[in-house]
Write a protein that binds this ligand. Structure first.
Ligand SMILES: [Zn+2]
Length: 85
């Protein structure tokens, strides 16, 4: 299920986010290979859904982590473009 629009999609169509533990605490990251262990949250490949999920802190709350929204959005756009090719 997409954390932005709430619609259901096949897992392969979604972009996965997960968490890494860093010295600064729990950090939200884009799970590029979609295979990292541990908790994950999903967003469908629309930037507006990621915007909503990050701006309303849906992803941060679901994964109990902080994230750099600007950087995550850049990585998300890059990943989607790569998948299209
Ligand atoms: Zn969505």
């Amino acid at each position: 299920m997409c954390a932005g629009c709430g619609n259901r999609f096949a897992k392969a169509a979604l972009v996965r986010f997960t968490v890494v533990e860093t010295a600064a605490g729990r950090e939200l990251i884009l799970d590029v290979a979609s295979g990292s262990p541990g908790r994950g949250a999903y967003v469908c490949p629309r930037l507006e859904c990621l915007d909503k999920a990050l701006d309303r802190k849906f992803l941060q709350r679901r994964l109990k982590a902080a994230g750099d929204s600007r950087q995550l959005k850049e990585e998300f756009v890059r990943l989607i473009e790569e998948r299209l090719h």
